[in-house]
Design a protein around this ligand. Structure first.
Ligand code: ADP
Length: 500
């Protein structure tokens, strides 16, 4: 009670109106101005405190409260100044002034100390604002998740992809976007990622799924990147809905499967058909020989001519059936792969074709040492024999000259590119694809030593079975170059290749 009496004691002082000789104008000027300042000063803390809840950082919140108190105290000192004109409670006014001084000094010190972190917060806010701009303009769905797994931000594409409003996502756990069965493992993976956060694809080698607001599960691809967003450490996740791609992949796989099946059915059919055709053909061959032996003399000249054609035609048919059989057998065969010394393989093939090479006086040069490859040694000889004999056969020059070499494969470092170059008759460009088709010959059946037109088809099949490719470059009258690729032998196996 004593304290209150002392505080509000007015007996020792005259009211301000009685100090000096105030004119009403100057006196009211002070009073009205002090009251207006008081009202304005009281308004500022009210506004500040009204918006206080929007500020999340405790430090900033504290400074705002301190600042509101400081302004409020300043306001009260002005109100006191006005009241003192009638009620001279100078003691109470002095205490209020003291409190104002204490609060303002505390505000000043706190503000000075907190200024660096406030500047940091402002900068972070600005950066986050800029980051939001980038995220929004990104053509991919972007989600920012804090290290504690809380969603901090999502761009429009994410909102469309998942069917949420931004307010429905921000502040929630990211696991709300993960299918129920994967929620636990996702939380675990998230923790693992945070042990060494870096820029990478999420779940390499695994199928990732997300779930939208309606609970629909869909496949996604997710890229992760550590970021600081609004001053909080987190992860920027770029999310792509790959439903369409997955459906296309599935369709392609099914198509591939059915294509493979119909291909192998066709090969099986060709194999069975050509195999079964051989028997009746042998019968025709035998009967025609018997006919020639028994009644050739008794026939007229035209019939004799016709009958003598029969063995030739059946022989040709037999060759074609044999080629078809060989081709379809290749399709059925499971190629066994091994390290093959290509240099030695070419030499072996040359030995095999020694007769033809000597007959045509052909010169074959191997450029350097051919590298070892990973392939099927038996069928590679078949392939080389076809290419070399063609290079000798389809040649009008005085002496067939053939060059075989290897080039560095520019497109795929796992493969070697080989070539076989001749000085033969060449192939017109429009026939480059046709020569690989079965029974396609560019010449009359007896020209250039004849042939069934299946050799290059078989060559291509062998190369395809090696997951490789073959192509041709040629100009008519100048010669032809066949190129083909073959998988490189493993490096540490080069030494043992010499035995292949
Ligand atoms: P074949 O030799 O039995 O006719 P291939 O399939 O081996 O069958 O060849 C198909 C056609 O490609 C040949 O008829 C020939 O016209 C052409 N050809 C193949 N190799 C060469 C070559 N080195 N030079 C020119 N033409 C070639």
């Amino acid at each position: 009670m004593d304290i209150l009496n002392t505080l509000f004691a007015t007996a020792h002082y005259p009211p301000r109106w009685s100090c000096g000789s105030w004119t009403p104008f100057w006196g009211w000027l002070h009073i009205i101005s002090d009251i207006v300042i008081f009202l304005a000063y009281m308004g500022i803390p009210v506004v500040l405190l009204l918006f206080k809840h929007k500020i999340q950082r405790f430090k900033v919140k504290f400074i705002i409260i301190l600042f509101a108190c400081f302004i409020a105290f300043c306001g009260i000192t002005h109100l006191n100044e006005a009241i003192i004109f009638w009620l001279p409670f100078y003691n109470f006014a002095g205490v209020v002034k003291f409190l104002t001084a204490a609060v303002s000094a505390t505000t000043l010190v706190t503000l000075t100390l907190a200024l660096p972190s406030i500047i940091k917060i402002i900068n972070e806010k600005r950066q986050s604002h800029e980051l939001k701009g980038i995220i929004e303009s990104c053509p991919q769905g972007i989600l920012v998740v804090s290290n504690s797994g809380k969603i901090l931000y999502a761009n429009q594409l994410i909102l469309t992809m998942f069917g949420y409003e931004l307010t429905g996502l921000v502040g929630k756990k990211v696991e709300m976007l993960i299918p129920e069965t994967l929620k636990t493992s996702h939380a675990f993976m998230r923790e693992q990622y945070l042990k060494a956060p870096n820029q990478r694809q999420m779940g390499i080698g695994r199928d990732l799924y997300a779930t939208n607001k309606q609970g629909k599960k869909f496949p996604v691809e997710v890229g992760l990147n550590p970021v600081t967003f609004d001053g909080e450490a987190g992860v920027l996740c770029s999310i792509v809905d790959i439903t369409e791609r997955k459906t296309k992949e599935l369709e392609l796989n099914l198509l591939n499967k059915s294509l493979k099946q119909s291909n192998s059915e066709l090969e099986e059919f060709a194999y069975v058909a050509s195999h079964d055709l051989k028997e009746p053909l042998r019968g025709i061959q035998n009967y025609s020989m018997m006919l020639i032996e028994s009644c050739f003399e008794s026939l007229d000249e035209q019939s004799q001519h016709r009958l003598s054609k029969l063995p030739k035609l059946t022989k040709r048919l037999e060759e074609q059936i044999d080629s078809l059989l060989e081709y379809s057998r290749l399709g059925q065969l499971n190629f066994e792969f091994d390290i093959v010394d290509m240099h030695k393989k070419v030499q072996d093939t040359m030995e095999l074709l020694e007769n033809v090479i000597t007959t045509f006086n052909a010169k074959i040069r191997i450029v350097g040492t051919l590298p070892p490859i990973y392939g099927n040694r038996v069928n590679l000889i078949v392939m080389l024999a076809n290419l070399i004999s063609n290079a000798i056969k389809y040649n009008d020059s005085d002496r067939p000259v053939i060059e075989i070499g290897a080039l560095e494969n520019q497109k795929n470092k796992d493969y070697h590119t080989f070539y076989l170059k001749d000085n033969g008759i060449g192939i017109p460009q429009e026939q480059f694809e046709n020569i690989f088709k079965i029974f396609q010959r560019l010449h009359a059946k007896d020209q250039y030593g004849g042939g069934t037109g299946a050799g290059l088809t078989i060559v291509r099949k062998i190369i395809q079975k090696h997951n490789s490719r073959i192509w041709v470059e040629s100009s008519v009258g100048k010669g032809t170059i066949f190129y083909w690729t073959l998988k490189k032998a493993p490096v540490d196996a080069h030494d043992s290749a010499s035995t292949a």
